[in-house]
Design a protein around this ligand. Structure first.
Ligand SMILES: [Ca+2]
Length: 230
């Protein structure tokens, strides 16, 4: 009887130890959860091309998600965005990816003008991606891929990420520069397919319906400023 009591006592001790370990794990988890910081950023994108930029598709995410990547094939949604400025499919794709905190669409940007939008992030979801089509191209776009957002704020006015951004070729549509396939020339729908990885855009060649002098954009297609505001 005494032995049985002792056995129960040992069991109780194990249960108490297990309970203490579980409580410790839960407490550690709670500490980690509490350590997540909410962050808010203001993003301004300036159109540096002589023609329009279509509405931006953007998202805030962790290291798992990408909207597009240089050197990789464009997704179906990104191909549609780059070929025709269509945002619905790209936004849907991005919204459903693992690690995405939130995603959205801005207004379009006229030449020389800008769009400003606010994004919320956390210390765990602190990367920004976006893309916008250059309307006077076949499948040219500009944007950021998984840009890490700054966490320190030196001052509200002085600290920001500022960056010039080139244009990329989505590798989905041949660059025929034809009025039958370039949206800014009145085309609806898309031109002939091509299939290569996303790469830096080689610019307007001229000789068809686009002119390098009128539609070319030089080294950069956009300028972005990212400022933490909270
Ligand atoms: Ca192309």
């Amino acid at each position: 009887m005494q032995r049985a009591t002792s056995f129960v006592g040992e069991d109780m001790k194990r249960i108490l130890i297990a309970g203490a370990v579980t409580a410790g794990v839960l407490a550690a988890g709670a500490t980690q959860a509490a350590a997540v910081t909410n962050l808010t950023y203001r993003v301004t994108v300036v159109n540096r091309t002589p023609d329009g930029l279509t509405p931006l598709v953007y998202g805030v995410h962790d290291q798992r998600a990408h909207l597009w990547q240089k050197g990789r094939r464009a997704s179906a949604g990104m191909a549609l965005l780059a070929r025709d400025g269509a945002t619905t499919r790209a936004l849907g794709e991005l919204s459903r990816k693992r690690g995405v905190l939130h995603a959205g669409v801005t207004d379009e940007i006229a030449p020389g003008r800008s769009v400003t939008f606010t994004v919320r992030a956390t210390s765990r979801h602190r990367r920004l991606s976006w893309a916008s089509m250059l309307k006077c191209t076949n499948d040219g776009f500009t944007g950021l891929d998984s840009r890490v957002l700054p966490i320190r704020v030196k001052s509200r006015t002085r600290f920001a990420v500022r960056r010039n951004i080139p244009a990329y070729d989505a590798g989905a549509e041949a660059n025929d520069e034809s009025a039958s396939s370039v949206p800014c020339l009145g085309a609806h729908g898309v031109g002939a397919d091509e299939a290569h990885d996303i790469r830096k855009h080689r610019g307007i060649r001229g000789g068809a319906d686009l002119s390098r002098a009128r539609h070319g954009w030089g080294a950069y297609a956009a300028h972005v400023t990212i400022r933490r505001i909270r």
